[in-house]
Structure formats: structure tokens, C-alpha cells
Design a protein around this ligand. Sequence first.
Ligand code: CA
Length: 135
Amino acid sequence: MPKARVVVVEDEPAIRRGVSDALRLSGYEVTEAADGAVGLREAAAAGVDLVLLDIMLPRRDGLDVLGELRRAHPARPVILLTAKGSEDDRVRGLKMGADDYVVKPFSAKELIARVEAVLRRTMRPPPEVRLVEVG
Ligand code: CA
């Protein structure tokens, strides 16, 4: 698996740091953003493989960021980081094209598992494991 590039958009410093550290320990390349405006810029940048997107964000909320990102990159993988009880936001996010969500508080283990699952679905395998047609 090539080293995937993940953008973490989360305004809560402790959560942002925890998530980013867990991803880096798992071998991912991480860019952090603390608000929706910076988050959208980073999430829309070239070469990003996955975006972890909080919904309640300063400057632009996560669903606004998701909508804008979808216009530019319809298939870029997004996992929403959502608060307990915000079912309407989760449903709206999924309808807007989010690939998955995790509900806070979540463990690093669960988050990494979801990141891996989404990347398995969306990233092309590296050439050496690509199936070769025989005959
Ligand atoms: Ca937040």
C-alpha cells in the first residue's frame, strides 16, 4: 500500500492532535487544519487520498466544506467526525456524498480501521499486487 495522504479538519486541538498522531503512527502522511476555510483548501489540494472532516467548525462548517469539496472532487473520500446525537447532520453528510462517519468519542483503533476500510475501497492497488490476466 502506498503511503496515503490524509487531511484532518478538526477545531478541537486535543482531538486533532490525537487523530493526527494515531494516523502518523500508522504510516499515513497527515495535514492538519483547524477551521473549515483552511480545511477546504487542504482537502481540495492535489494528491489528497482521504479527508477526516469535523462538522462543527469555525469559519465554514463541515457540511459546507463537504458540499464545496464535492463540486471540485466528486469522488474524494471523506469520513465525517460527528458529535453524539447529531443524527440529522450525519444523514445529511452521507446524502451529500460522505463515505463514512465516526461518532465522538471514538478510539484511535476504530478510526484507523474505518480509514483503512474506506481507502481499500477507493485507492487503486499498487502495481505489484494488481491482478494479471493470464492466457
Ligand atoms: Ca468541532
